[in-house]
Write a protein that binds this ligand. Structure first.
Ligand SMILES: NC(=O)c1ccc[n+]([C@@H]2O[C@H](COP(=O)([O-])OP(=O)(O)OC[C@H]3O[C@@H](n4cnc5c(N)ncnc54)[C@H](OP(=O)(O)O)[C@@H]3O)[C@@H](O)[C@H]2O)c1
Length: 262
């Protein structure tokens, strides 16, 4: 078992992350920040990564006083060399890696005719390639005593919409990567899963409150009639990082207010 804290009477906290060593990418704001803080609050030792030193410092400050810890490493994960170096930094500072959350991504909205090849490639480099490189670089560490990989995909890794082909291709690829590596590592005590968020109020989606057309579209297309907050992904991520999900691998946990149930 991985981080298992079970007891005969079932009273132990199966979501406990005490002493687990975690890397969370895209931790300078949004969903990555919420997940990094939640892990530290559950006792994990976390390294949050992103480009913005200020954003990362803010995330670390928000985790002060948590039973675990939250350290940061500023880097541009679009470069494969930077990803490999980041894994080495995390391994050295934490003494290993048990949990890897591939969350950093950016978006690009335009029709396929209006999207340059260079833009398509840039989106793939961060949203898909960096996750593949990160998993490959961390594999010896993750397989050393059990591990968990959580890829933050999207409902747009499961269904399409118009004018978002570069992002949607990358997110469908990330779902495929999740399944493929889950099968490779199924007997190595490493679980690989994805979370598919619906609409979330973060920088990626822009100003929902100031853009009534977008806000109305999100309300209309989401059965629960609202968008979500980054903190609503902390629980699903803790579940997938903890012993509570030890028999779950290669799956996509969809957290979308019912969007993909239609
Ligand atoms: N928001 C939504 O509605 C939504 C819906 C479905 C899925 N998602 C997914 O959820 C995840 C988190 O998104 P979010 O909504 O929290 O977006 P966000 O607020 O824009 O956060 C993106 C994070 O990625 C980091 N990042 C961007 N480019 C990077 C680079 N080159 N190197 C390293 N880090 C980089 C950003 O930090 P820096 O700028 O400091 O580098 C930031 O911490 C993404 O995978 C996204 O695709 C979001």
């Amino acid at each position: 078992m991985n981080s298992t804290k079970t007891s005969a009477d079932g009273s132990a906290d199966i979501f406990d992350l005490t002493g687990r060593r975690a890397v969370v990418t895209g931790a300078s704001r949004g969903i990555g920040r919420a997940i990094a803080i939640a892990f530290a609050q559950r006792g994990a030792h976390v390294i949050g990564m992103a480009r913005s030193e200020d954003g990362l410092k803010e995330t670390a400050a928000l985790a002060e006083g948590a039973p675990g810890s939250l350290d940061v490493h500023a880097t541009d994960l679009r470069s494969p060399h930077a990803v490999e170096a980041a894994v080495a930094v995390a391994a050295e500072r934490l003494g290993g890696i048990d949990i890897l959350v591939n969350n950093a991504a950016d978006d690009h909205d335009s029709s396929i005719e209006d999207t340059d090849l260079a833009v398509f490639q840039r989106v793939q480099e961060l949203n898909l390639q960096s996750c593949w490189v990160m998993i490959r670089a961390a594999s010896p560490l993750l397989k050393d005593g059990g591990g968990k990989v959580i890829n933050i995909a999207s409902v747009l890794g499961l269904v399409g919409i118009r004018d978002n082909s570069a992002y949607i291709a990358a997110k469908h690829g990330l779902v495929g990567l999740t399944k493929a590596v889950a099968l490779e590592w199924a007997r190595k005590n490493v679980q690989v899963n994805a979370i598919a968020p619906g609409y979330v109020e973060t920088a990626m989606l822009g100003d929902l409150k100031g853009n009534e057309a977008l806000a109305a579209y999100v309300r209309k297309t989401t059965p629960q009639g609202r968008w979500s907050q980054p903190e609503e992904y902390a629980g699903p991520a803790v579940f997938l990082a903890s012993a509570a999900s030890d028999f779950m691998t290669g799956q996509v946990l969809v957290v979308d207010g019912g969007y993909s149930a239609q």
